[in-house]
Write a protein that binds this ligand. Structure first.
Ligand SMILES: Cc1cc2nc3c(=O)[nH]c(=O)nc-3n(C[C@H](O)[C@H](O)[C@H](O)COP(=O)(O)OP(=O)(O)OC[C@H]3O[C@@H](n4cnc5c(N)ncnc54)[C@H](O)[C@@H]3O)c2cc1C
Length: 420
């Protein structure tokens, strides 16, 4: 894209900004200062001798991240938007976005509890019984129990409704009509469970009515990873870390009170989780505006050293920074709609395409600025944070539903185009 049109687009974004009321209230500003003060005093840092934590995809790093979750929970910062009875502060969506901005500004550790607090928790609030909420939410907020997501199977990723893992009534009868007393027996295999190697519980989809149409006859289960019959096999990644796992279920007994939502209606429960994963909660804009800010600093450093080389990447840098800012504005707009009683719906798929492509654009621009230096490993034997970030950004268009699938959803359900 030409530099002139990028500048025009940036001015348009600024205009939108002026047209919207993006001023925070005094109470929100005060909330921001409180968050900032606490994070400045507590985020692990070299100055405090607590340094950056090891990757949460290692056993040691996983435990260190859990301890951090506990520290936040004890000060009631781990789940600010949840009601106080579950460990939160009962603040609104805007305050949560402010919290996220401060969290990334402080370079605080990646949330090891993210599958629980950002994906399962909103679903528990919507579909869980009061007993389930009281049982699962506090231990999730404190980091005592870390959850993983058991959806994908070796032959069902994009085609999630094609899963074959099954749940049968303990007495042998099937589906919602069967007696509710005896619980369920699970069999099958899940794969690509992030943090599955270390997690304590799994939320997963299982087929409960094999005779029903594909999207029907599925049920959403909550399963402890140490239940008899559950086998976890870590999957080594290219970098040698083993947070990923495949999970096997062999006659695993699950009581009735670990069904989330209605039996055979698990698809709509799962779509609520997917809405959180693609929409507002998993990837707040602060993640990208913070990385875009670092990209700008990198650009300035490089431009001082070699202006001609840096100029070649200027368009890509500008593009990435504008996109991060646009995503932030879009999110505030969505949050305003939600606060006015609206919902996110299939637009979450647009979000997902946008955040994953913006992330990749930021890291690609950084690598282009760094040139061959990008590939140097640090004295600690680890790749630079730009290379590490780039490798993870490559996965963005795949996890949470591939971008091809999200584009299909946008075409059919947002734009109303015919199915091909
Ligand atoms: C970093 C990472 C973390 C993950 N974490 C988890 C997790 O915690 N839990 C979990 O359950 N899963 C997880 N996954 C798995 C992820 O959800 C799947 O990889 C994803 O849904 C794609 O499924 P698949 O790999 O089977 O690819 P496939 O479905 O086999 O797709 C292969 C290719 O075909 C394309 N394609 C397929 N169908 C269509 C179509 N109808 N139209 C157009 N293109 C199509 C896809 O876009 C893709 O490019 C994770 C994946 C990654 C990369």
């Amino acid at each position: 894209m030409e530099w002139d049109s990028i500048v025009a687009e940036y001015l348009a974004v600024c205009q939108i900004r002026r047209a919207m009321d993006l001023l925070f209230t005094d109470a929100q500003d005060e909330f921001r200062h409180q968050v900032r003060r606490w994070l400045e005093a507590n985020v692990p840092s070299e100055a405090r001798g607590t340094g950056p934590l090891r990757s949460l995809d290692t056993a040691e790093g996983f435990e260190a991240h859990r301890l951090w979750e506990r520290t936040m929970y004890d000060a009631r910062w781990s789940v600010v938007s949840w009601p106080a009875e579950f460990g939160g502060r009962g603040v609104g969506l805007m305050e949560w976005l402010i919290f996220e901005e401060e969290y990334y500004r402080a370079a605080a550790p990646t949330r090891v509890s993210q599958n629980g607090i950002f994906l399962l928790a909103p679903t528990l609030f919507e579909f869980g019984t009061p007993e389930q909420q009281a049982r699962f939410l506090p231990s999730m907020a404190s980091g005592e129990v870390i959850w993983c997501q058991g959806w994908s199977e070796p032959d069902a990723g994009s085609d999630l409704a094609g899963i074959r893992s099954r749940a049968e009534r303990a007495g042998g009868s099937a589906g919602a009509d069967a007696s509710a007393s005896g619980g369920w027996v699970l069999n099958g295999q899940k794969t690509w469970c992030s943090r599955g190697a270390f997690a304590h519980w799994l939320f997963g989809l299982f087929r409960t009515d094999p005779a029903a149409q594909k999207h029907r006859g599925l049920t959403y289960f909550l399963v402890p990873m140490d239940a008899p019959g559950v086998t976890v096999r870590p999957i080594a990644q290219l970098d040698g870390e083993t947070g990923f796992a495949e999970v096997f279920f062999e006659d695993v007994s699950v009581p009735e009170n670990q069904v989330l939502g209605t039996v055979d209606q698990g698809w709509s429960v799962a779509m609520a989780t997917a809405g959180s994963e693609r929409g507002l909660s998993l990837r707040s804009p602060a993640r990208y505006t913070e990385a875009a800010g670092r990209l700008l600093s990198l650009y300035r450093q490089r431009a001082e050293r070699d202006p001609v080389a840096a100029r070649r990447v200027a368009d890509a840098v500008a593009r990435a920074v504008i996109d991060a800012e646009a995503y932030k504005l879009h999110t505030y707009w969505t949050a305003t709609r939600v606060l006015d009683g609206g919902s996110v719906g299939p637009e979450a798929s647009m979000n997902k395409v946008f955040w994953s492509e913006t992330d990749l654009a930021i890291y690609e621009a950084a690598l282009a600025l760094l040139g061959e230096e990008a590939e140097l490993f640090g004295a600690d034997g680890h790749p630079s944070s730009w290379l590490d970030g780039f490798l993870f950004a490559l996965a963005g268009p795949i996890y949470a539903g591939t971008n091809e699938i999200q584009r299909n959803v946008v075409a059919e359900r947002v734009l109303g185009l015919p199915r091909v």
